[in-house]
Design a protein around this ligand. Sequence first.
Ligand code: PMP
Length: 342
Amino acid sequence: MSAYPVPDASGFIKLDAMENPFDLPAPLKAQLAQRLTDVLLNRYPVPSYRAVKEALSAKLGVPEGCPVMLGNGSDELIHLVLQACAKPGAVALAPLPGFVMYEMSARLNGVRFVGVPLAANFSLNLPAMLMAIAEHKPAVIFIAYPNNPTGNLWSDSDIEQIVRAAPGLVVIDEAYHPFAQQSWMNRLAQFDKVLVMRTLSKLGLAGIRLGYMAGSARWIEQFEKVRPPYNVNVLTEAAALFMLEHLEVLDAQAAQLRSERTRLFDALRQMKGVTPHPSAANFILTRVPDAAGWMAGLKARGILIKNVSGMHPLLSGCLRLTVGTPQENDRLIAALTELAKA
Ligand code: PMP
């Protein structure tokens, strides 16, 4: 194994990690700083995290009465789900290419990982998924909705068939919910074995590390047993509470990124040899004639993106471009236009 690679991004236009590129307005930052001065750093957090859970539920559409669990980013929640499921012989299953942490966390927890290849157009290969479920009887299935790194949503009827066939849990990972605006949250009551996982990262708070997961009390109680009691720190808790009171600022940024996504997609479509894949997230998977060469070409022009072509055979020639600010996207479009003409 190798540690999760994070390149040094200093000095670059950073379009490699699906962050929200906008800072907070200065007056809001000043208010936030004021709020943080009230936080008692000498005390442990209160591990029920009641206020922040209530605010998340009220503001982000968690169904009434549905329990929520918090994590140090959804990365930690993925880890805790797998840790809780890691009895001898347990299997975790996910479509591939998908988010790398599912496989990494599974392996670290001694859970066998089964990846089921997507169809060539990056849709779910439903027959292959159903066959793999029948064969491997996974304790947990991870479905990223939309998917990273392909960016697309799955058909809800495909997911429903997977849920019905699943002998164990199904985690719907809605990390990109602010850009997809479709959710399984409202279907939690219908399917006891479904958990919906989300994060504040892509909404604009990647630095505070707060993920949340909703599901039936029966399951959340089990996962609470493996959660370190103080996994969310008091500064994160206070910052999240404050930002949930000002959610309209982050919502407006997400709306701007959705419209920039359309503009970037249309520009990519005009470039010779470039094939962008439709995205419901804040990034666009894009096939180019020479992924390594273009990644280096962008780097030479001060732009950092992710070359995902080595991750899976279906991704050969693919770059993942995070949607940036309008100015950053202008720079990206200009640089790619140059590379396409070369
Ligand atoms: N799920 C998916 C599908 C992701 O792409 C990511 C981030 N790249 C995460 C979860 C983790 O997000 P975080 O730990 O920042 O909440």
